[in-house]
Design a protein around this ligand. Structure first.
Ligand SMILES: [Zn+2]
Length: 215
């Protein structure tokens, strides 16, 4: 079961990834973890990537793709994998398609989590965090007992400066621009399965499951 999962921040991608991994017992491969692991183990690819990151530069595709290939060749990926956070560009998508076919572990399904913008905006702009203990509230869905005061520790609540509709619009547009060609590419191979991530969590997972049992 070789799967990619895609979805913007706030789509519940982390939660769904955990559920997929739990049910199907396949490794969850996130590019963030992969970079950290390679850097802390001091691999050649990790050290090369670090040189770019230290200068605030993007890590070149050929480095990332080699890291992904090495990871997908490991024994635990024999039964499948869930790749998260990659590919982000058309060039990466084509390269991934090629290497996964070459190593006999081709991508079989792309789970694309889609969101309702207004609903996400409401969820994000209503979010309040505690300065003292990091508890999370929502002014409508999960309000504190006393307005702006944490139930747990009594500290003041605050709103993150980027939890605004304007910032969200920028984030979503940026995400859509960067993933549009990736999705088109995998769509042309008939691999993309759109899932409405604005539903209740169990319904989202049921829809994902329907796509996965077909593999
Ligand atoms: Zn608190």
């Amino acid at each position: 079961m070789n799967i990619l999962i895609m979805g913007p921040a706030g789509s519940g991608k982390g939660t769904m990834s955990a559920k997929i991994v739990d049910k199907y017992q396949i490794p969850h491969i996130s590019t963030g973890d992969m970079f950290r692991e390679n850097i802390s183990n001091g691999t050649f690819l990790g050290l090369t990537a670090k040189k770019y990151m230290d200068q605030g530069l993007l890590v070149p595709d050929e480095i990332t793709i080699q890291m992904v290939e090495k990871r997908l060749l490991k024994a635990d990926c024999r039964i499948g994998y869930l790749l998260d956070g990659f590919p982000r560009t058309l060039a990466q998508a084509k390269a991934l398609d090629e290497i996964t076919k070459n190593i006999g572990r081709p991508v079989e399904s792309v789970i694309n989590l889609t969101i309702d913008f207004d609903q996400l905006a409401q969820r994000i702009t209503g979010r309040r965090l505690c300065k003292g203990c990091d508890s999370i509230y929502h002014i409508k869905n999960n309000p504190s007992k006393v307005s702006n005061i944490c139930d747990v520790c009594g500290s003041q609540l605050y709103q993150r400066s980027d939890d605004t509709v304007e910032q969200l619009t920028v984030r979503i547009e940026e995400y859509e621009r960067s993933t549009k060609l990736v999705l088109e590419y995998f769509s042309s191979e008939g691999l993309v399965f759109d899932v409405n991530a604005s539903q209740a969590m169990n319904d989202v997972f049921n829809d994902i499951d329907k796509a996965l049992v077909k593999i």
